[in-house]
Write a new protein. Structure first.
Length: 144
């Protein structure tokens, strides 16, 4: 393999990892939303997800197929969606990150509407180490 092929190959690894990370982010968003809708409505349908995410039914269906294939959810016979244990665990962890980061950013005095948008991105890219330090810091500040 020549140097040019090695660079392309190395570069491809980074793009592949970035794509995998985006798919994981989507899985986190969907499982967190589904868990929330199940808690509030008792059932979840494709139209509920499409409405809450502001995307088309077709986009939701494609993503749900992948999430079902990957073991995060199952679609019941009545067109309702249920999380598997794997999906519930992801949803719980995503919700924990979401709530902790929201509390932290609000304590910094950042406006709610900015926090709501920022948390949607930060929660997917924060390391477990940083999250642990934020959690410890928030505890020293006291809960709101």
């Amino acid at each position: 393999m020549n140097k040019k092929e090695e660079k392309v190959s190395e570069r491809a690894k980074h793009f592949k990892e970035a794509r995998a990370n985006r798919l994981y982010e989507i899985a986190e968003d969907y499982t967190e939303l589904i868990a929330n809708l199940l808690k509030n409505q008792g059932q979840v349908r494709v139209c509920d997800i499409a409405r809450e995410m502001g995307i088309s039914h077709v986009s939701v269906l494609r993503t749900l197929e992948r999430l079902e294939r990957d073991g995060y959810l199952v679609k019941g016979t009545s067109r309702c969606i249920e999380l598997t244990e794997k999906g519930r665990e992801m949803a719980l962890f995503s919700e924990k990150k979401h709530l902790l980061l929201t509390e932290f950013l609000l304590k910094l005095g950042i406006p709610k509407d900015v926090v709501a948008t920022d948390v949607e991105g930060i929660e997917h890219h924060i390391s477990a180490t940083t999250l642990k330090f934020i959690e410890a810091h928030v505890k020293t500040l006291g809960h709101a």
